[in-house]
Design a protein around this ligand. Sequence first.
Ligand code: 13P
Length: 252
Amino acid sequence: MKRKKIIAGNWKMNHTIAETSGFINEIKGHVSEISDVDIVLCPTFTSLQTAVNLTRDTIVGVGAQNVHWDRNGAFTGEISLAMLLEIPVDYVILGHSERRQYFGESDETVNKRLKSTLTTLIKPIVCIGEKLGERESGITEKVIARQLNDSLNGITADQMDNVVIAYEPVWAIGTGVTATPDQAQEVHAFIRNLINEKYSANVSENIRIQYGGSVKSSNADDLLSQPDIDGALVGGASLDCSEFVKIIRSAE
Ligand code: 13P
């Protein structure tokens, strides 16, 4: 089975509305002939509407960087699914390691966000990944298994159709240190095997697992040619249009 590659740019807290417009107007001309890759931009909340308006007639999808699980209420600084659906966005990133590190995100809250998101047609990108100390102590698989199991708690095989997993080793994020293609492939195969055990061969063969962590045009070919790497979640290199387009081309 051939899984369609998915290249997503996680802009984190970068690009104003004006910068978002400039980027999208530039990228439009480069992606009009691409059809065999899913391309997603994840700007900040304030730029989402602009991004959706400007990408309307293109193949570029738009994702948010987080969403709350409750419908509405007293949650200062949070955004609801109804708000994202009104824009409307196609994807939402859940459980990014920066949310875990700085904002108290846990597997339990990722699971709540995921369950709510899956009541809509917005596709969640669920992030997991071990820290440097965990890798060095040889517990990478244990950490990944716990994060995956707890995040997916109560999610059915049918719901998994809409889920994308992003493997992002924390030690490779924003550090310039990329996991080698072999290191990444090893964990991706491990994740696919866990999904096979938890669900079925069918679910595990269909699910897309992106790699994230210092992906750039110079390493994208090698990473994306691994059998279990189905795309990339790109941080820093997605802020530069020509660099991001090169990464998309690697996925073609
Ligand atoms: P970098 O590509 O900047 O390492 O960030 C990766 C990331 O966190 C994407 O979500």
